[in-house]
Design a protein around this ligand. Structure first.
Ligand code: FES
Length: 574
């Protein structure tokens, strides 16, 4: 049934007329498959990140059934398999610690099994990059079906956004502007349907990233999880992956340097999460494609912010879908994009999006009337971040983008929690908060704590933003003048480790500068006195992580996972 000249990979298992073939076919027949399931139908692996522990992906068993329906309709044979699922809200110390582990699970599960094409079911933040990194290291025909955002949060007659309003509620609770009962009620109002966070947080950013890369059927990113059109997308993706196998459309034919550049430009125009950077760098690394931190600044920082979504704007993903979804943004950006790059439906970016309509110009603005004229990510350099740091200008306060202030230093996250609300803490609105040891090795796992909450005494005075600097990440739903991903991190001896209380720090975003205003001689003197903290672990996965993880400027992947090992069928197991 395959049109491809290449024999199906799965036939290395099912096509054998011997004892091994018997084993490969017979045990699967216990699920009722007839003989002709094994005689040349493309076998489609549905890589499912379902888990009750990943609430954003808890509807994926249903979604997988719709993918299967499409695969059967197109003449393929679907086989669903579970992989490690990464639930952002529950996993400690941070789901990011396990992104590379999950990617290894995906890579090896695909390669070890008789699969010809892959459908990745992804939703909660890390599930998208983890599965895509693993699939990229195998490089079979691959299509992504994201799980869709939750419906808009509704609280006391107004819209509330995942995460974004949580930061506000938690500060209201700390300042007694909100009771605990009201706080609990808000919990129920925020996550009121299936799906992932419905702000332009990391999950929505990742869904838009895969659509911008060409890995999702057009318009897929914004469809709410609860909308029946999400099931239709799954069904159509099931049909399409069978054809992709027949056409031998490998993942590496879709994800190229040009499509990476498109994704960076689209991310700037939607106000996407800063987490996009580490994930795209890691995905590019798996495919051996050149991509550096500076590409994000050069390609994205001069582009307009078109999408008016929280945390940078007012609306939510449901509004984005009704306004036309990502195709309406891409159409507006087309003159700047690589228009001819191939996408999973066999058409180019231009063909897919050139006739997209915008139905609500308050949500999706035109290039002539953007939310912010220059958005994207700014990459900072200086003696405080020798390998770079980043800031998201659209989420920052314009008045703080050029700022010099006195450092108030927290040596680690425990130190921060212990002292932040100490009435005697010497800090005012002009101070620069510095948080060390929350990077890849320091936390460990590079937790989303970079947007550290402000001291209660300043909140009480009405202060709502301050310059904050760390080697960690921040949630895509968060906001503020927050410098993130400082590299090298403090735990490996980056200059961030050498900052002391009272030092002056200069942030100048327009000049892309972040500097610690002390002499080189003083810096060297402090360096000689610096001693690394003992590692968090020496055994198990954490031991491996600490040994192998790279810094933020290259994607926080493991050194030994760069590149791929291909899709050749391993030797027989019998
Ligand atoms: Fe899962 Fe936000 S917690 S997407």
């Amino acid at each position: 049934m395959s049109d491809s000249k290449k024999p199906l990979r799965s036939q290395a298992w099912f096509g054998q007329r011997n004892k091994s073939g018997f084993i490969y076919r017979s045990w699967l027949k216990n699920q009722g498959h007839p003989n002709d399931s094994f005689t040349g139908r493309p076998v489609i692996g549905i890589c499912n990140t379902w888990s009750d522990l990943t609430p954003c992906n808890a509807h994926f068993r249903d979604l997988a059934e719709w993918v299967k329906r499409g695969v059967y309709e197109a003449g393929g044979m679907p086989l669903e398999f579970p992989v490690m699922s990464l639930g952002e809200p529950l996993m400690r110390p941070t789901a990011m610690l396990f992104r590379n582990l999950a990617s290894m699970d995906v890579e090896e599960s695909i390669r070890a099994n008789p699969l010809d094409g892959i459908v990745l079911l992804t939703g909660c933040d890390k599930t998208t990059p983890a599965t895509l990194m693993g699939a990229a290291s195998v490089d079979l025909p691959t299509i992504v079906v994201s799980g869709g955002p939750m419906l808009n949060g509704k609280y006391e007659g107004r819209e509330i956004g995942s995460g974004t309003d949580l930061w506000k509620f938690s500060e209201d609770l700390r300042c007694d502007r909100m009771s605990y009962e009201e706080f609990q009620n808000a919990e129920s109002c925020m996550a009121r349907s299936i799906g992932h966070c419905m702000t332009m947080g990391t999950a929505s950013t990742m869904a838009c990233m895969v659509e911008a890369l060409g890995l999702t059927l057009p318009g897929g990113a914004a469809i709410p999880a609860a909308d029946s059109r999400r099931r239709r997308l799954a069904q159509l993706s099931g049909r399409r992956i069978v054809t992709m196998v027949q056409e031998d459309t490998l993942l590496s034919k879709i994800v190229t340097r040009a499509s990476l550049e498109n994704a960076i430009m689209v991310n700037a125009s939607i106000g996407g999460s800063t987490n996009f950077i580490v994930h795209l760098l890691a995905i590019a690394g798996r495919l051996g494609l050149p991509l550096s931190l500076d590409d994000f600044d050069q390609l994205g920082s001069k582009l307009p912010l078109l999408l008016n979504l929280m945390p940078s704007g007012e609306f939510l993903m449901e509004d984005f879908f009704y306004a036309g979804g990502l195709p309406a943004v891409i159409r507006e950006l087309l003159p700047k994009l690589h228009q001819e790059v191939l996408t999973v439906n066999g058409k180019s970016v231009k063909e897919n999006n050139q006739h997209a309509e915008c139905y609500n110009s308050k949500v999706i603005r035109s290039a002539d009337d953007p939310v912010v004229a220059e958005a994207g990510i700014a990459v900072l350099r200086g003696n405080l971040c020798e390998s770079g740091a980043i800031i998201k200008p659209s989420a920052a306060s314009p008045t703080l983008m050029n700022h010099r202030g006195r450092a108030v230093v927290f040596e680690n996250i425990d130190d921060y929690h212990r002292r932040i609300d100490d009435p005697d803490l010497e800090i005012d609105a002009s101070s620069v908060m510095v948080l060390k040891n929350v990077g890849p090795k320091g936390y460990p796992g590079m937790a989303e704590v970079g947007n550290m909450g402000l001291p209660k005494k300043l909140l009480d005075q009405g202060v709502r933003d301050m310059v904050r600097i760390s080697d960690g990440r921040m949630s895509g739903t968060a906001f503020g003048t927050v410098v993130l991903h400082g590299a090298p991190e403090a735990a490996v001896g980056g200059n961030l480790a050498l900052v002391r209380d009272g030092d002056f720090i200069t942030l100048n975003v327009s000049k892309r500068q972040l500097s610690l205003d002390i002499s080189e001689a003083e810096l060297q003197s402090r360096r000689r006195q610096w001693k690394p903290a003992p590692p968090h672990a020496s055994r198990g996965y954490l031991g491996l992580f600490l040994k192998e993880v790279e810094q933020a400027d290259t994607g926080v992947d493991f050194t030994f996972l760069k590149g791929g090992s291909g899709s050749a069928a391993p030797r027989d197991s019998h």
